[in-house]
Each structure stands twice: as C-alpha cells, then as structure tokens.
Design a binder for this molecule. Structure first.
Ligand code: NAD
Length: 417
C-alpha cells in the first residue's frame, strides 16, 4: 500500500484497537474513543491579491474533552483531509495524557498551499477561519497552536481575531504566540527539545551515550531544524537531512550552523555546499544510530521498514510510521519512540504558556526548559514501564498509558445522557 493510500485515522484506530484489547478497555469507552466528539467543516471565502475570490475548506476537530479543553495545532497544507485532522486530534488526546497535562485532544487544518499565499492572503484566510470556528474555541474550550505551514505570526492573527470578537484580552486562547503577545520562552524549540530529551533517554536504554551518535533527520521545518540543532549541540553527529525539495548527506557530519544559515537564506537544505545530494527516500534507510522523521505521516511503511538500519527512531512528526511497519521494526530490534511521546515537548510548553497567560506571571527560559525535562523524562519512564508491564512495543505502551489516564477520568465523570 502506498503511503498516500494509508488513512491516518484508520492508522490511529488500528493502534487504539490493539492497545484497548491488551489493556482490557471497557467496550463503551472503546466506542467513545473510536470517534471524535465534534468535527466542524467550514467554507472560507477569501479575497485574493488578484481581485478574485477563492473558497477554502477548513476543519476543526475535538476528539476528547474529558481531561480539559481541547489542545492542538492548525495545519495549512494541500493534503489536509477531515480524516487526517481527526487522526491528529485523537493523537492529541493521547499525547496530552502521556505527558499528563490537563487538556483533551483537538486539531485544525485548512486545505491550502501556504507557500503560494501572500502574507495578506494568509492573514485574511486565518481570520476568516477563526471567525468561523469562534463558537467552539477559547481558553477553556479549545486552544489552537501552530503545526505544518503555520507559525507564530499565524497564531498572532488567531489571537487578534478572537480578542476582537470577544472584546477583551484572552491571550490563553492560543499558544505558540510571539513573545510580545504572551508567548512562552522556549516554545519555539520545545518540540525539538522534546525530541532531544527522548532521544537521550532512548540511547540510555540501549546503554549508549548520545554524544557521538549518528543522526538522520527527515523534514527541516520547526521540529526538524530545532531537533537537528539541539542534537548537534548535545554532541550527536548529524549526517543526513531532507526537506520537501530534496536530501543531503555528509558521513563525516554536517556543519549545522552553516546549514542553518544556508536554510535561512535559501529556504531549503538542498544546494548546501558542505554536503552531497542524496535520494530523499534513501535517508530513511541510511545507516545511523538515530532516525528522526520530522515531516509528515506514513513515511515508514511495510515496504521500507525492513530496510531501516537505525537503532532508534524518534518520531518528531505525527504518524510517520504506518501501523503495518511497527511489527517489522519491532522484529528487527529498532527502538521506536512513538510520536505521542517523542513530539510532546511542543504541547508541554504550550501548556506552560497557557498557565503563564492565566497567571499573568512569566517564567525564565531556564525554568521552562527544566520543567520540560521533568515532564518529558517522567512521560518516557511511564511509557516504558507500561511497555514492559504489558510486554508490548512502546507505541502500544504509550497508548495504554494514555488510555488508562483518560479512561479513569471518564469513569469518574460518567456519561451524560
Ligand atoms: P513545518 O511546516 O515547519 O516543517 C515541515 C518540514 O517538512 C519542511 O521542511 C518541509 O519541507 C518538510 N517536508 C514536507 N514533506 C516532506 C517529505 N515528504 N520529505 C521530506 N521533508 C518533507 O512543520 P513542523 O511544525 O516542523 O511539523 C512537522 C511535523 O511535526 C508534523 O507532523 C507536525 O504535525 C509535527 N509536530 C509539530 C509540532 C510543532 O510544535 N510545530 C509539535 C508536534 C508535532
């Protein structure tokens, strides 16, 4: 099956089914978890710079709200579908439970190509989207953040549009904001820092230091570039990286600071002088200690999984491994740090941002980073303790840890019928 044919929501449901059976989840709860609580589809008329109107399709999905307001990013991409957004909303339910922050799971997306929109078009699209989903978002309802194709500027437009409608300051309606609007220090690099922390823990589990380990990173956006920089600063040797335009490698180790400069100037890793071009699909099977998929879903499938030579996969992206690839990786002794743990650094610091907004009291960067290490290492230990207890793989272990936390909260609340 090609990766475009793998439905991400069905992939989420497949892992949920395996975890629920192993855990012995109550049938009623299983049925509730299989379907999102609320899915909203909106049509967004936008005046384009050429004077024509375009109508875009947007989604906001809330998967489960038992443990708190929905939390989850907004993706701008041509491949956004309702099922993709439903999958990502569900992963947010499990992710917030794995790191034990008081949120449920939500996600949003607009079918568009952010690279072809001018700043003005992007702003008008964002504002119209927020105006359409106004009734279901808010600091106590659903708190968006950035994802693929969106950034701190997009979050500033989200904040402004929401605040104009409610006619008061509600900074906690969105996270990943610029610092000058109540953003948190450390948020920009938080997902990459979470990748670093979990990669270090995973190496420790194999009895090896992170320093000197070889790394390949797929995707060089927010998550991939920050993870690359932090892993490099921790002494790992980054030998291959890619983005949607191509891949490069240097087995002696890439000069990361020069690469970051090249990307800030050219917007791509391709053409970097200190490396040779490589086939992007070969990056996933390149011999390295640590592979960090940090692009998009279904990159490691049953077709290429047998060829993966990494010792550890740290899933910076959401859903990069198709369900059929998991047993192959497990059989081959590849340690997978699953997305709902590995990339949870972003939502953890988003939680810190939301707390700081509500307190009106802001933390030093050192405090943010120390607390992040604390949350992520606890989540890592809890995930692997559950994995060992149920004699399963870490993805199912993480799902069981999350299911247990959400199920306990749901049992106390009961079903309102
Ligand atoms: P981004 O838009 O900043 O970057 C995406 C990168 O992936 C770009 O470099 C793009 O060129 C590259 N890319 C896209 N398709 C590719 C392909 N087929 N092969 C190689 N590279 C490809 O997005 P981001 O925020 O870094 O998000 C990346 C992933 O991490 C997504 O799955 C997202 O859901 C997940 N994630 C992001 C955050 C966050 O805080 N930003 C948090 C948790 C999870």
């Amino acid at each position: 099956m090609s990766n475009a044919q793998i439905n991400p929501y069905e992939a989420m449901q497949a892992s949920l089914r395996v975890a629920s059976e192993l855990y012995g989840l109550d049938d009623a709860l299983f049925k509730v978890f299989m379907a999102p609580t609320r899915s909203m589809i909106v049509s967004l008329p936008v005046l384009m710079d050429n004077g024509q109107w375009e109508v875009f399709t947007g989604y906001r999905v809330q998967h489960n709200l038992t443990r708190g307001p929905a939390k989850g990013g907004i993706r701008y991409d041509m491949n956004v579908t309702l099922d993709e957004v439903k999958a990502m909303a569900a992963w947010m339910t499990w992710k917030t439970a794995v790191v034990d922050v008081p949120f449920g799971g939500g996600k949003g997306g607009i079918v568009c190509d952010p690279n072809r929109l001018s700043m003005g078009e992007k702003e008008r699209l964002t504002r119209r989207y927020i105006a359409e989903i106004m009734d279901i978002i808010g600091p106590d309802r659903d708190v968006p953040a950035q994802d693929m194709g969106t950034d701190a500027q997009t979050m500033a437009w989200v904040l402004d549009t929401y605040n104009m409608h409610v006619r008061r300051t509600e900074n906690a309606v969105v996270t990943g904001k610029p610092l000058s609007l109540g953003g948190s220090l450390g948020r920009n690099e938080a997902t990459g820092r979470g990748v670093l922390i979990t990669a270090r823990e995973a190496m420790q589990r194999l009895g090896k230091p992170l320093a000197g380990a070889t790394v390949a990173v797929q995707g060089f956006g927010n998550v991939g570039s920050q993870a690359t920089r932090l892993l490099h600063e921790a002494g790992a040797r980054i030998i291959a990286v890619s983005d949607s335009k191509g891949a490069i490698k240097n087995d002696r180790g890439l000069d990361i600071h020069a690469l970051l400069k090249h990307v800030s100037e050219t917007k791509t890793v391709t053409g970097f002088k200190g490396a040779e071009a490589m086939d992007p699909s070969a990056l996933l099977t390149h011999p390295v200690d640590i592979l960090v998929p940090a692009a998009t879903e279904n990159q490691i499938t049953e077709d290429n999984a047998p060829k993966v030579r990494a010792k550890i996969i740290v899933e910076g992206a959401n859903g990069p491994t198709a369900p059929a690839a998991d047993p192959i990786l497990q059989e081959n002794g590849v340690l997978v740090v699953p997305d709902i743990l590995a990339n949870a650094g972003g939502v953890t610091v988003s939680y810190f941002e939301w707390v700081q907004n509500r307190q009106g009291f802001y933390w030093r960067e050192r405090e943010v980073n120390e607390r992040l290490v604390d949350y992520m290492t606890h989540a890592f230990q809890a995930t692997f303790a559950t994995t060992d207890k149920y004699k399963t793989n870490p993805r199912i272990g993480a799902y069981i840890l999350a299911l247990d936390r959400v199920a306990q909260a749901m049992k106390y609340r009961g079903f309102y019928a």
